[in-house]
Ligand binder design. Structure first.
Ligand code: TYC
Length: 142
C-alpha cells in the first residue's frame, strides 16, 4: 500500500501549472529533488513536496486447527502415542486430549499454518492406517 502525504502550503494537483519539469532521467541537481533523500521529492522546485511512502505490507497466514475424531476401535494408548509423537505433547497433555476426544467426539491437537496442518493430518492418517486403526484426523480453518 502506498500512502501519499502532502507537505507544504499547496494542495495536491492532478497536473500543476506549466512549470518546467526537471528531466526525470538526469541525476537530481540537489538533494531536495532526489526521492531517495529524506523529504527529497520537490519535483516542481516549488518548495513543497509530495512524499510517497511504500509500506512493506505483511499478511499474516491463515491458521488451521488439527482435530482428532473419536471412534470405537482405536486403542486409547495408540491415540496418546499419536498425540505425543506428532503434536509434541507431554504424556499427560496427550492423555487429556485423548480423553477429551473420547468424551466429546472431537478435540484439538494444535493450530498451524496450512501446509504444516496438512502435513500433520497426512502423517497421523498414514500412521493409523499402517497400524490398521480407523483413527481419523482432520483440519479446519479457524
Ligand atoms: N474411543 C476409543 C476407545 O474407547 C479411544 C479413542 C480416543 C479413539 C480418541 C480415537 O481420537 C480418538 N478405545
Amino acid at each position: 500500500m502506498t500512502d501519499v502525504l502532502l507537505r507544504g502550503s499547496e494542495s495536491a494537483r492532478a497536473d500543476g501549472p506549466e512549470t518546467p519539469r526537471p528531466n526525470r532521467h538526469a541525476s537530481p541537481a540537489r538533494a531536495a529533488d532526489d526521492p531517495r533523500e529524506p523529504g527529497g521529492n520537490d519535483d516542481d522546485r516549488s518548495g513543497t513536496a509530495i512524499i510517497t511512502r511504500t509500506k512493506p505490507k505483511t499478511k499474516r497466514p491463515s491458521l488451521y486447527r488439527v482435530l482428532l475424531l473419536n471412534d470405537d476401535y482405536t486403542p486409547m494408548e495408540f491415540v496418546v502415542h499419536v498425540v505425543e509423537k506428532f503434536f509434541n505433547k507431554s504424556q499427560e497433555d496427550a492423555y487429556q486430549i485423548m480423553m477429551h476426544v473420547h468424551h466429546n467426539g472431537v478435540g484439538e491437537c494444535g493450530i498451524f499454518t496450512y501446509e504444516v496442518a496438512e502435513t500433520k493430518v497426512t502423517q497421523v492418517m498414514d500412521f493409523a492406517r499402517k497400524h490398521q486403526h480407523p483413527l481419523q484426523c482432520v483440519m479446519e480453518k479457524k
